[in-house]
Design a protein around this ligand. Sequence first.
Ligand SMILES: Cc1cc2nc3c(=O)[nH]c(=O)nc-3n(C[C@H](O)[C@H](O)[C@H](O)COP(=O)(O)O)c2cc1C
Length: 248
Amino acid sequence: MKSVLAIQASPRKKNTNKLLKSAAAGLPSGICEVEIVQLSDFDIKPCIGCHSCIEGRSCPLKDSVETLKQRMVSADALIIASPVYMGGVPGSLKNFIDRTADWFHRPELAGRPILFIVTTAGSYASKTGRYLNSIGMHWGCAVSGYISKTARQTASGRIGKSSVLNSFIRLLIGGSRLYSPGWKNLYLFTLQKVLARNILDVDKNYWFEKGWLDAPFFFPAAILPLKRIIMHLLFNLLARVIKPGQKQ
Ligand SMILES: Cc1cc2nc3c(=O)[nH]c(=O)nc-3n(C[C@H](O)[C@H](O)[C@H](O)COP(=O)(O)O)c2cc1C
């Protein structure tokens, strides 16, 4: 049985919660178990910018972020559902995402399928969805994409037909090797690999142990040979520009 951890990022249980529950109900029950958690139940202090986590030391802030991060690491797959607030994600979710800066360097969620859900009164759904997709890529996940609905559309309570939900189910059942990373995803992996190799030893050791320094991606995935060649060339180019010893 696959475990799916779903994080509901609206402080109230209304549109986003409804859409999330509808998506969860659309997952094959014999194959996965979904646990929904409220982001507002967790104590999430804003990042103080000390770089401790980035440099491989523990975070000095004492709250429940580490607990949530460990629950995400323990899950087989993830869903994050968020309303649009002022053109982006709510501050509480952004605060949480900021606290995962170490996962940009050492992506502990690598290979986990992830699905995003966005609700809005009408605007900024695609901007917010694209932002969340890129966070999933930074975390090394197999990003199915985002489902977005307006508050009016969520009134029915049904998610309806969704190719993004189907893609998430396919990865959940068939495994992340069915994932086909797009250009942006491959570019981000290549950039993260150059940074890992050239900037911080703690990242280099982590990437070496994972076998990623010579790999085309975080996990075995469906990547066309042409894409592999172009990313190899890009790696050589970036490695010449981003030199060891550069401060971030
Ligand atoms: C503080 C705040 C800011 C919002 N900003 C936007 C916005 O920029 N664009 C938009 O279309 N809707 C915006 N909304 C509306 C919500 O995105 C929308 O009602 C959403 O479905 C709420 O989700 P919920 O019912 O799960 O809380 C905002 C709502 C709040 C409370």
